[in-house]
Ligand binder design. Structure first.
Ligand code: PGA
Length: 252
């Protein structure tokens, strides 16, 4: 009942020429029925040409971050109206690399998520524990804290418009994928937490898994009842690999 989403997080990869080369190979390989939904998240510099190449097709384009203000003295930042003008439809928020390397806080995310929704952008909010937190049995507490804080100012009925990506930090770019059971357990916990605020929105919200998703493990991860797709980093850089992951999701 929830259409899965496969999102390609390109991080700081691909020039415009490389993005075009990817799409020329990838777009013709998409399933004709439009399922699962596919989102490409290129770096800012490639957003406009990727939107252009995806125009008229089923693929949506999202940015990897944004500032919550519409404009202002924020050197190096980009706002929702700037993204919308390009035809961008969504934005990744709170990726662990932004939290860890660039000081993204839950307080800032509590402003960014409602700002994205108000602008009509689909936020893909990333949450997840690091290795030390998992070892210390703090996973549930960390996920609860992030979900509660980052979504504090989103009204219950709007929660279904947010896509959540559960991304255990220890699984990102490490080749160490969470087990399907771990992914399911975390996704179920997130859904339960949202259900406490609005049970029908929680039933509809899409919860993705991210962290070393590959063509070989995608279908098992996505077979979990609460996993509604994936946020894919490394394996989304090769058109053939990402196409295989999309096919794996479509067959579930
Ligand atoms: P990965 O990255 O697939 O390379 O582990 C996932 C992500 O950071 O979103």
């Amino acid at each position: 009942m929830r259409t899965p989403i496969l999102a390609a997080n390109w991080k700081m990869h691909k020039t415009v020429a490389e993005a075009e080369e990817f799409l020329n190979a990838f777009l013709p390989s998409l399933p004709a029925d439009g399922e699962p939904e596919v989102v490409i998240c290129p770096p800012y510099t490639a957003l406009a040409p990727v939107v252009e190449l995806c125009k008229g097709g089923p693929v949506r384009v999202a940015a990897q971050n944004m500032h919550e203000e519409r404009s202002g003295a924020y050197t190096g930042e980009v706002s929702a109206p700037m993204l919308l003008e390009l035809g961008v439809q969504g934005v990744v928020l709170g990726h662990s690399e932004r939290r860890k390397l660039f000081g993204e806080t839950d307080e800032a995310l509590a402003r960014k998520v409602p700002a994205a929704l108000a602008a009509g952008l689909e936020p893909i909010l990333c949450v997840g524990e690091d290795e030390g937190q998992r070892d210390a049995d703090e996973t549930a507490a960390i996920l609860t804290r992030q979900i509660d804080a980052d979504l504090a100012d989103v009204p219950g009925e709007d929660l279904e418009r947010v896509v959540i990506a559960y991304e255990p930090v220890w699984a990102i770019g490490t080749g160490r994928t969470a087990s399907p059971e771990q992914a399911q357990e975390a996704a179920a916990l997130i859904r339960e937490r949202l259900a406490a605020r609005d049970s029908s929105a929680a039933e509809r919200v899409r919860i993705l898994y991210g962290g070393s998703v590959k063509p070989e493990n995608a279908s098992e991860l996505m077979r979990q009842p609460d996993a509604d797709g994936a946020l894919v980093g490394g394996a989304s850089l090769e058109a053939q690999d990402f196409a295989a992951i999309v096919r794996a999701a479509g067959s579930e």
